[in-house]
Design a protein around this ligand. Structure first.
Ligand SMILES: [Zn+2]
Ligand SMILES: [Zn+2]
Length: 295
């Protein structure tokens, strides 16, 4: 399998000299199966530079999986060039929102309404198929299988596991480890602690032993208290999670948009120093746009 990050920033595109090494596009991962099937995880602005590399492969069937529909994970989709070329098929998978009851098709087609974009979805030349996913549903994507598990974020967010010939990758999308909303001594405190532990265990079991784990690690421990409840992880929570799940390679992503590359490397190194290497630890990587990783 192969992974190329096409967008590594969270929240908003951050171009400029300070982000030129790691990249300034919002979330998009290009994953290739052993048979070179194209699986794309999220459609942030990184899907635009990805689409510019695809011309030699057209016509294509593309398997796109949306973790959730926050702007930074979908805003590149109207600019995905194969959509405008006949013969291509784009199969878009995502969860229906249990609160608004809106299907992923409805949410995504809205961003191509006339007020936001000059070309309407109905005018696209490629074949567009929407697949609404149930939790834990397995989907065949070429020679790979993609399954999902619900993560913790203000809107429904599926983490995706891609499996091909026994090789595995898991991407959290945006994820903050749940915390107890009750104070110690409140009636529901212990019950809630139990629910959190159960959820953590189910996620850890789902991910156990994957070859490549990609995790939202937007904040430092210092920054986190001011951003609690926004739905993102920290470098430290990510390290503990990866250790617990026994993964082989860990990529930190969803880089904070205000953090330049030098500052990013600094906080990354500080986090590694706080958690000295133990036997069985994964290899740690900062997600960087355009660099292929094969396994
Ligand atoms: Zn995000
Ligand atoms: Zn989000």
């Amino acid at each position: 399998m192969k992974l190329i990050f096409r967008g590594v920033r969270g929240s908003i595109p951050s171009p400029g000299p300070k982000t030129v090494r790691y990249g300034g596009n919002t979330t998009c991962l290009e994953v290739r199966s052993d048979d070179n099937d194209l699986i794309i995880l999220d459609a942030g602005t990184g899907i635009f530079p990805l689409s510019q590399t695809l011309f030699p492969e057209l016509p294509l069937t593309v398997h796109l999986f949306i973790t959730h529909t926050h702007w930074d994970h979908i805003q590149g989709l109207p600019f995905f060039i194969p959509l405008f070329i006949p013969g291509n098929t784009l199969r878009i998978h995502g969860a229906a929102d249990p609160i608004t009851q809106r299907e992923v098709s409805e949410v995504l087609s809205r961003q191509m309404e006339y007020a936001y974009f000059p070309i309407r979805e109905a005018e696209l030349k490629a074949r567009l198929e929407y697949v609404s996913l149930q939790e834990c549903e397995a989907i065949q994507a070429g020679s790979a299988v993609v399954t999902n598990i619900m993560m913790n974020h203000p809107v429904i967010n599926f983490g995706y596991k891609v499996t091909c010939n026994g090789k595995t990758l898991f991407f959290t999308g945006d994820h903050e480890w749940p915390y107890n909303i009750y104070e110690p001594g409140d009636d529901y405190y212990h019950e809630y602690e139990g629910l959190i532990a159960q959820k953590r265990q189910s996620i850890v079991e789902f991910i156990r032993g994957v070859d490549v784990l990609v995790v939202d690690s937007a904040y430092t421990e210092k920054e986190y208290p001011a951003k609690k409840g926004w739905g993102h992880g920290t470098f430290d929570t990510t390290i503990l999670f990866a250790r617990e799940a026994g993964v082989k390679h860990l990529f930190f992503t969803h880089h904070e948009p205000t953090r330049g590359d030098d500052a990013l490397e600094k906080v990354f190194q500080e986090a590694l120093d706080r958690h000295p290497r133990q036997p069985g630890d994964p290899e740690y990587h900062l997600a960087m746009e355009g660099v292929p990783f094969e396994w």
